[in-house]
Design a protein around this ligand. Structure first.
Ligand SMILES: Cc1cc2nc3c(=O)[nH]c(=O)nc-3n(C[C@H](O)[C@H](O)[C@H](O)COP(=O)(O)OP(=O)(O)OC[C@H]3O[C@@H](n4cnc5c(N)ncnc54)[C@H](O)[C@@H]3O)c2cc1C
Length: 530
């Protein structure tokens, strides 16, 4: 899994995807474009009808677009997305059968596939002198003999359209419907020819279409051939996301139905460009990408606002933690005050450890170090661990002042990732209460069990429910009971003795200065000596 999570992953880096990414990067969103590098118009020499860049080569347009995205800090990766699935409140995107990245939102801009008529020569000449779009190529074949290869109802319409660019248009009925009497009259009036019979192949001489050969063997000289591909968009990416692919209302293929801003029926997923609108040209696709990007940013802003309010109301909520590492979170917590805690050691430790003979001790989640210093003063050799460098710096300063710096080894660990080496006569895990998702408490406590030396003791100090002054407790903060903790330790009772939990009631002041009570407990778990 890629470490990074992006605000938006854009799947497909054609005009729609790059334009969306540009808008998002300029909106200071982290954005990754993943592009397989096969825009539909690749075979064409130039992009026509694109204001200010008319005729630019497709590859040049893509390179310019990529450079603009990169210049604002967006990222572009040459790869194919195989899978995309919802993952919590975001998405996981699988790339090239291996790497995975995560995103808060997705912009699908994968374009479409042109299903071409199965006639020899059509695929070879596609985008050069086998065409479909008069606005893209009509000018380039003006006044030339053009044949329309009909495979469906669109053929008649295409013949009438191309007549705007050239007087020499012939409709090859091929497998399309025969023109109605009314259409024949229209064709006669506009001088459009009709050739019945199935087409066998295109005549190609010196890298150019020269005619259309029928199955009968007749050859009709033509310089360009117009086809009506079926536009299809089905992909495992859309299927994995549950984005429905439906028939386009014009009967020209399939598409993803979206609203005017590219919103799909799946929350968090937008679609833009040909994947949603098969007849969009490059400019339209780019505009749709930019519009969807604006909608995505607005959606992210709304979420950011909601999270900020939630985090403000409850600094220990999942919203407050979102997007931050444990180190960042705890450094911020400690950084808000010159000193967070009273500097006195915890009551649970004082009560349970005062009579223990000093040896080696491990203090997990030592914070500003009061417990570690208390132990060191009593002759213990202490390894004290916290994720916050800010807290550890303060603790080390206090230890120097107390004259016990040499007895304490301060170590910074994110206990979700690493655990101090060694075994200890006393392991103290006090108040390992973290916001949801920040600390795998049960995993850490099981590691704490393994760190207790034979004959040693594990102390688990914890809050027992919320303080009396807290009228609106955070809904997503779970404080496990002593029984739950014991169960999670997974102890071999032949080797361990669990003493009944001792409850400690103490006074505690709430944030508004209100005095209340708080109940804590301590669990003492002893390991048998060898
Ligand atoms: C032959 C031809 C000529 C054309 N000429 C013109 C013209 O002159 N002027 C004009 O305005 N329009 C022209 N068009 C239309 C133009 O190609 C489209 O309007 C435009 O390409 C749509 O942009 P898009 O970003 O939606 O899709 P595309 O440009 O097709 O880009 C989609 C991108 O997504 C990538 N992709 C697909 N699936 C994945 C995946 N799973 N993972 C990662 N990447 C993926 C593709 O490789 C591609 O790079 C032409 C079309 C054709 C077929």
């Amino acid at each position: 899994m890629d470490d990074e999570k992006y605000d938006v992953v854009v799947i497909g880096g054609g005009a729609a995807g790059l334009s969306g990414a540009l808008t998002l990067a300029r909106a200071r969103r982290s954005v990754l474009v993943i592009d397989a590098g096969e825009p539909r118009n690749t075979p064409s020499a130039g992009v026509h009808g694109f204001l200010s860049r008319d005729g630019v080569a497709p590859a040049e347009l893509a390179a310019l677009g990529r450079a603009e995205v990169l210049s604002y800090g967006g990222q572009v990766r040459d790869a194919r997305v195989d899978t995309a699935v919802r993952d919590g409140d975001g998405f996981t995107v699988g790339i090239d059968g291996g790497t995975q990245v995560r995103a808060r939102r997705l912009l699908v801009a994968t374009g479409l596939v042109d299903e071409l008529p199965d006639v020899a020569g059509v695929r070879d000449r596609w985008g050069r002198d086998v065409l479909h779009c008069p606005y893209c190529h009509g000018w380039e074949v003006r006044d030339q003999p053009v044949g329309v290869l009909s495979t469906g109802p669109l053929g008649v319409h295409q013949a009438q359209l191309f007549r705007q660019w050239t007087e020499d248009v012939v409709l090859f009925v091929h497998t399309g419907p025969r023109p109605t009497d009314e259409e024949r009259e229209q064709f006669d009036a506009r001088g459009i020819g009709i050739v019945d019979g199935e087409v066998a192949s295109l005549e190609i001489v010196d890298d150019a279409v020269t005619g259309v050969r029928l199955r009968s063997g007749d050859v009709h000289p033509r310089r360009a051939v117009v086809v009506g591909p079926r536009f299809t968009v089905a992909s495992p990416v859309l299927a994995g996301l549950g984005v429905p692919v439906t028939e386009h209302p014009m009967g020209i293929g399939s598409h993803v139905a979206v609203d005017a801003r590219g919103t799909t029926s799946v929350p968090g997923v937008w679609a833009a460009g040909n994947v949603a609108d098969p007849i969009a040209q490059v400019m339209g696709a780019a505009a749709a990408g930019a519009s969807a990007a604006g909608a995505i940013n607005a959606d992210l802003v709304a979420e950011d606002v909601a999270r900020a309010v939630e985090a403000r109301r409850n600094p220990f909520s999942a919203a407050a933690v979102a997007g931050r590492t444990p180190e960042q979170f705890w450094d911020d917590v400690y950084g808000q005050l010159d000193r967070m805690f009273s500097g006195s050691s915890n009551l649970f430790l004082v009560r349970q450890a005062s009579d223990l003979a000093p040896g080696t001790a491990l203090d997990l989640g030592c914070g500003e170090g009061a417990d570690a210093i208390w132990l060191a003063v009593r002759g213990w050799w202490v390894t004290a661990v916290d994720v916050s460098g800010t807290a550890l710096d303060r603790a080390a300063g206090d230890a120097r002042e107390a004259g016990v710096a040499g007895r304490i080894d301060w170590q910074r660990h994110d206990l979700a990732e690493s655990f101090p080496a060694g075994s200890f006569d006393l392991v103290s895990a006090g108040y390992l209460h973290s916001p949801p998702g920040l600390l795998p408490r049960e995993k850490v406590l099981r590691a704490a069990v393994l760190a207790v030396a034979p004959g040693g003791v594990l102390l688990v100090g914890a809050h027992f429910g919320m303080p009396s002054w807290m009228t609106d407790p955070p809904p997503d903060l779970h404080l496990p009971s002593p029984e739950e903790v014991v169960e999670s330790l997974d102890l071999d009772l032949g080797e361990w003795t669990v003493e009944p939990a001792r409850f400690i009631e103490r006074e505690q002041q709430g944030p508004d200065g209100v005095l209340g009570t708080r109940t804590d407990y301590v669990l003492t778990v002893r390991r048998r000596a060898l």
